[in-house]
Write a protein that binds this ligand. Structure first.
Ligand code: UDP
Length: 479
């Protein structure tokens, strides 16, 4: 156990954790929570009834963790019963962010009536309004970024210069290390969707701007990936409380339980992988939200077929109506034609567990940040197809700055040329091309693993975070 554990007789601090209800946001914050629970912290997690099951693996590992389960507030853009972005896709972020801000009063009431109230709040960056909540509770807030520091730096600039940014076709980030430029359509989706005329959007903007006033930043990223941007943010905020504790998939409780997959029903996938040579299988998945159109499904299936590479393709299926229009529908006869060489998995796959299998050597990915971290943690070559949200920013870092990925397609509605796609996949998986990228991916994996060992930088940052919270409790420091 780390040096940061409470000393004998010292009561462990109570902290409040507030994850944002999207798989990609919640899972890594639960990994941080797991680490804090291992250090005997008293923890309360804020959730809503339908999001409780996502917490169950963590709660069964740490029965002492409490939950504060509040009813999900309504919003006119949210269908009744929807409590998680995964049910709506990326477009669900806006109404969910706004709806959750209505939990301010119930949380304050809970806090004020608690006999041992929390000494600090850790909340997701999409819950920026909790900065004001923390001020009201007179406790420091640590903002959790499920993304990297490069993206946080880009976003910080965008939210603080919204009018200018929204007026440009190409935005130059001249203050940032490497002075990146992005086309307007490649900026994070929340920036593109922002509408000044809608008061609900101003709630979101105020929250995003308030993030930079947080007492500390916690990132699911690490030095070898983001050190320039950690440094940039430290200089910008004028303090050192920027913690790069990733890749969090290496610090979580157990990969197999993420997202509660039914492991019995997919035992055949692992049996098949066990018989494949090292690094020979391409893993294809586009995160927890993206539903592919009929044309995309066809092009992808055709590309995989032509590549002659081994693969696992995780297909997100839609509603009956969506599937009726071909969304998420695998072309007829495809699975029979690739039998023995490729497997289609429908629904939720234990991604982190699969990526850690020695047979997986490539990952065709939308470059969602968690997928990126999981690929990096396993030294897997990324074939990048960024689509929306933060994915273009992530892809820039992976392809152009870190050199661990190959660009294969761009855009949420793009349909790749199946000949070209098949060629890139085939060359990357079967041939001797992309050796540089593969080597760099392996080097980055080594650095990721070093970082979470005793004496490593990510574990050091986690200990520094723990120490800071212990200090806050000791001094009852107020902000
Ligand atoms: N995930 C998974 N199984 C799936 C789909 C997604 O385990 O079938 C996990 C994946 O490992 C990652 C997260 O869900 O931890 C998705 O986050 P990411 O940031 O990659 O993409 P998003 O879903 O936010 O677009």
């Amino acid at each position: 156990m780390s040096a940061s554990t409470a000393t004998a007789g010292e009561k462990p601090p109570h902290i409040l954790v507030f994850p944002y209800p999207a798989q990609g946001h919640t899972l890594p914050l639960l990994d941080v929570t797991h680490q804090l629970a291992c250090r005997n912290f008293t923890i309360t997690i804020i959730t809503t009834p339908k999001n409780l099951p996502t917490l169950s693996p963590l709660l069964s590992t740490h029965p002492q963790i409490q939950t504060l389960t509040l009813n999900f507030p309504s919003h006119h853009l949210l269908p009744a019963g929807v409590e998680n972005v995964k049910e709506l896709g990326n477009a669900g972020n806006f109404p969910i962010m706004v709806a959750l801000s209505k939990l301010y009063d119930p949380i304050i009431q809970w806090f004020r009536s608690h006999s041992n109230p929390p000494v600090a709040l850790i909340s997701d960056s999409f819950l920026g309004w909790t900065m004001h909540l923390a001020n009201d509770m007179q406790i420091p807030r640590f903002v959790f970024w499920c993304t990297g520091a490069f993206l946080a730096s880009v976003l910080d600039h965008c939210w603080n210069h919204l009018e200018t940014v929204k007026s440009l076709d190409v935005v130059d980030f001249v203050d940032l290390p490497r002075t990146p430029s992005f086309k307007a359509e490649h900026l994070p989706s929340v920036i593109q969707l922002y509408r000044d005329s809608d008061p609900d959007w101003r709630i979101v903007q105020e929250g995003m701007v308030a993030n930079s006033l947080s007492y500390g930043y916690i990132f699911n990223s690490f030095d070898a990936v983001d050190s320039e941007y950690f440094g940039f943010l430290k200089r910008k905020m004028g303090h050192e409380r920027v913690y790069g504790v990733g890749p969090l998939c290496l610090l979580g409780p157990d990969h197999s339980s993420r997202g509660n997959p039914d492991l019995n029903s997919i035992a055949h996938v692992f049996d098949w992988l066990n018989g494949c040579p090292d690094g020979s299988v391409l893993y294809v998945s586009f995160g927890s939200q993206k539903l592919m159109s009929k044309r995309q499904m066809e092009a992808l299936a055709s590309g995989l077929e032509k590549s002659m590479a081994r693969f696992i393709w995780v297909v997100k299926t839609g509603t009956t109506q969506q599937m009726g229009n071909g969304y998420g529908v695998v072309p007829d006869g495809f699975e029979e034609r690739v039998a023995g060489r490729g497997i289609v998995m429908r629904g939720w796959a234990p991604q982190a567990m699969l990526l850690s299998h020695r047979a997986i050597g490539g990952f065709l990915s939308h470059c969602g940040w968690n997928s990126v971290q999981e690929a990096i943690a396993n030294g897997v070559l990324i074939l990048a197809w960024p689509m929306e949200a933060d994915q273009f920013v992530n892809e820039r870092l992976l392809v152009d700055y870190l050199g661990v990925a190959v660009r294969v397609c761009m855009g949420a509605d793009s349909v790749p040329d199946s000949e070209e796609l098949g060629k890139v996949i085939g060359e990357s998986m079967n041939g001797v091309v992309r050796e540089q990228e593969k080597m760099r991916a392996k080097e980055l994996k080594s650095k990721a693993i070093e970082g979470v060992k005793n004496g490593g930088k990510s574990l050091g940052d986690l200990d520094a975070l723990v120490n800071e919270i212990m200090q806050i409790r000791r001094q009852k420091r107020l902000i």
